[in-house]
Write a protein that binds this ligand. Structure first.
Ligand SMILES: Cc1cc2nc3c(=O)[nH]c(=O)nc-3n(C[C@H](O)[C@H](O)[C@H](O)COP(=O)(O)OP(=O)(O)OC[C@H]3O[C@@H](n4cnc5c(N)ncnc54)[C@H](O)[C@@H]3O)c2cc1C
Length: 416
């Protein structure tokens, strides 16, 4: 039965949920305080990543813990404000076992495999094909054991049927002629793709939704509560009623759920970006992860976007630009890039639950209230699959991939 559905949040996840619901005949309103795609879904590396099935909290994180404690690893930094969330941190570290990683990788593989085809379909449907590059996603190692690390990762991905090409130094130079690591090895994930402006993709999807009759309300959602017939959302432009509500507020999702009694155990893997000018076309040819440099660099409409690794901190802690400054310096030297385009770096927060799996599904004990958040490093890639899962659940269809591991009930009991 068609219903009125309010989707809170116009990031990649919310917009994809809205599109999938609209396709099933529901009347959809998206509510966001900003225009679509202006927050986390704006500042990411723009990779539709087929291979991001191994969350960072696996056994490897434990092995690296001494280096992380010293706070010198370029890929992971932590700030004192992290210690204000001891339960999240304990839960995050508790999952670092091989058995947990295997279970979670299987779950993420299903979601990512589903999303890859959907992403390509949505980009084409929305007329955004010029933003998409089918050039894969390249991981590079400088260290001497790089070749064996690349081989090991290729093997681990092959076990999931994910195609890669292992590259030696010559192979890397062939694909990335401006890269001067020197790089000992590379791994090209051939089935991945990237875009040159992630924010434009989300805005384009939202425009498609609006052209088909969906509403986009620019307002802050202040509270949600149950009415006799459904749900009311209090916003800065007045109340809005809906039969069902999807919470897709990314890093802010827990805020609106707290008054209903749900304490969402969300942590924040913050990340920064800057753009560097690509003088004479010099720079990366595709999205590249310099593993030892601890950054990703990708050619974007605005320049070569350098994104930092993880900064574990409170969501709203003041920025500390040292990590992105070091990354930009390294990317600049490695790819022959020029000056920084804008004066300050962008900062966002990857929303991460302790098991690094998103919450997709009904909130326990609250009929008609749905969760679609917590997509850590891969929400740009997996918004599309999340939308299909949520829309299937709300429409009482079977889900297009196994979604039990994403159940909100694993952390949130019924508020009673
Ligand atoms: C540096 C970096 C690099 C990344 N690279 C990649 C990548 O290459 N590939 C990939 O797949 N993922 C990547 N990610 C992760 C990805 O960006 C996120 O997982 C994804 O954008 C989350 O989308 P979302 O829709 O859940 O959240 P968001 O995009 O943050 O959307 C949430 C929305 O909620 C709105 N909002 C919040 N509170 C309210 C309120 N009270 N009322 C109204 N509106 C509100 C916000 O304005 C926002 O628009 C990266 C992340 C970072 C930080």
């Amino acid at each position: 039965m068609a219903t009125r559905i309010a989707v809170l949040g116009a990031g990649m996840v919310g917009v994809c949920c809205a599109l999938s619901l609209q396709r099933r005949g529901h009347t959809v309103t998206i509510i966001d305080r900003k225009p679509p795609g202006r927050e986390t879904s704006f500042g990411n590396s723009g990779v539709f990543s087929r291979s991001s099935i191994f969350p960072i909290n696996g056994p490897g994180l434990v092995r690296q813990l001494p280096r992380h404690l010293a706070n010198r690893h370029p890929a992971v930094r932590w700030r004192a404000s992290l210690l204000a969330r001891p339960l999240w941190l304990a839960g995050f570290l508790k999952e670092c076992t091989s058995a947990s990683l295997a279970r979670r990788s299987r779950a993420l593989d299903g979601l990512i495999a589903l999303s890859m085809g959907l992403n390509r379909g949505l980009v084409a449907e929305a007329g955004l094909g010029t933003h998409l590059r089918e050039t894969g996603w390249l991981k590079l190692w400088r260290r001497t054991d790089g070749p064996s690390l690349a081989q090991a990762e290729a093997g681990a991905l092959a076990a999931f049927g994910i195609a890669t090409r292992v590259l030696d130094a010559r192979g890397v130079a062939g694909l990335e002629p401006d890269a001067t690591g020197p790089f000992a090895a590379g791994l090209l994930i051939t089935g991945s793709a990237s875009v040159d402006d992630p924010g434009a993709i989300v805005a384009g999807y939202a425009a498609m939704l609006a052209a088909r009759g969906g509403q986009i309300l620019q307002a802050e959602a202040r509270a949600i509560y149950r009415t006799t017939t459904g749900w009311r959302i209090e916003t800065t432009v007045g109340p809005r009623d809906a039969d069902e509500v999807v919470v897709a507020l990314g890093p802010w999702s827990g805020d609106i759920l707290r008054p209903l009694g749900f304490i969402v155990p969300m942590g924040f893997e913050r990340g920064y970006h800057v753009h560097l000018a690509m003088a004479d076309g010099c720079g990366p040819r595709r999205a590249v992860y310099d593993v030892d440099g601890g950054y990703v660099v990708s050619p974007m409409a605005a320049g070569a976007r350098v994104t930092s690794g993880v900064e574990l901190a409170a969501r709203d802690a003041p920025p500390d630009f040292r990590q992105i400054e070091a990354a930009a310096l390294s990317a600049r030297a490695t790819f022959g890039l020029s000056a920084q385009v804008e004066s300050t770096a962008w900062l966002g927060a990857r929303p991460t639950l302790p098991d690094s799996l998103p919450m997709i599904g009904p909130l326990p004990g609250e009929r008609g209230l749905w969760a679609a958040f917590g997509h850590q490093h891969i929400g740009f890639s997996t918004g599309a699959g999340t939308g299909e899962i949520i829309a299937a659940m709300i429409s009482r269809e079977s889900t297009p991939c196994e979604a039990l591991d994403f159940s909100p009930a694993r952390y949130l009991g019924s508020p009673g």
